[in-house]
Design a protein around this ligand. Structure first.
Ligand code: ADP
Length: 187
């Protein structure tokens, strides 16, 4: 690898879809270093709090902060972060969007003691595929990988991604749809 050359895989998804778990399992044993995007946002203070305490980050501030952080670094990186799809296409090679059936997401967020309203908000965002839409709008479909973590274990999910990386294109975005289950209670 040339000096200053880097490869960045970003992992995004609604809270509870498994970003942190996926990033750790993926980088474990591979030559990838982990970057916690939330930590970077905290450290650089590039957020404001909205009325319910959610951090709001301007995408340009995020891109600048990431650029500064990566300057002079080389190697392979996995970026764990709910806002990682707001990075510029030139700042990453691959973008993984994790998805989880809203009813299962609910259980994961309940076990983290999220407030009822926050759980509902995240279930709705996941049902509508908000992050996937933003990811594809910003990065196109070519480098975006959509992976369902509802039933697969973390290592199975990571293996699916590794296979997709190694052997042509699979996990194309657009195959997951929770609307039926979420709004009509079936599917
Ligand atoms: P996030 O970073 O998206 O908020 P976490 O990784 O912190 O999510 O938590 C996700 C939870 O879901 C963990 O308890 C993890 O064990 C569980 N989980 C179940 N299946 C998977 C999977 N296939 N991939 C990642 N996490 C999973």
């Amino acid at each position: 690898m040339e000096k200053g050359e880097k490869k960045v895989i970003a992992v995004t998804g609604t809270p509870g879809t498994g970003k942190t778990t996926f990033s750790k399992v993926f980088s474990d044993g591979l030559d990838y270093r982990l970057i916690d995007l939330n930590e970077l946002i905290e450290r650089d203070g590039i957020y404001e709090l909205d009325s319910d305490g959610t951090k709001v980050v301007n995408s340009q501030d995020l891109q600048n902060s990431f650029k500064k952080h990566m300057s002079g670094k080389s190697g392979n990186f996995v970026v764990d972060g709910l806002l990682s799809h707001l990075l510029l296409p030139a700042q990453l090679e691959k973008l993984v969007v994790l998805r989880t059936k809203p009813s299962v997401l609910k259980k994961r967020l309940e076990s983290r003691n999220y407030h009822e309203e926050k759980i509902r908000e995240n279930m709705e965002a996941e049902a509508l595929g908000v992050i996937l839409q933003e990811a594809v709008a910003n990065h196109g479909t070519e480098n975006v990988y959509e992976i369902d973590t509802t039933q697969n274990s973390p290592s199975e999910t990571v293996n699916l991604f590794k296979k997709a990386l190694a052997g042509g294109r699979s996990l194309k975005p657009g195959s997951i749809d929770w609307l039926e289950e979420f709004y009509f209670g079936s599917g």
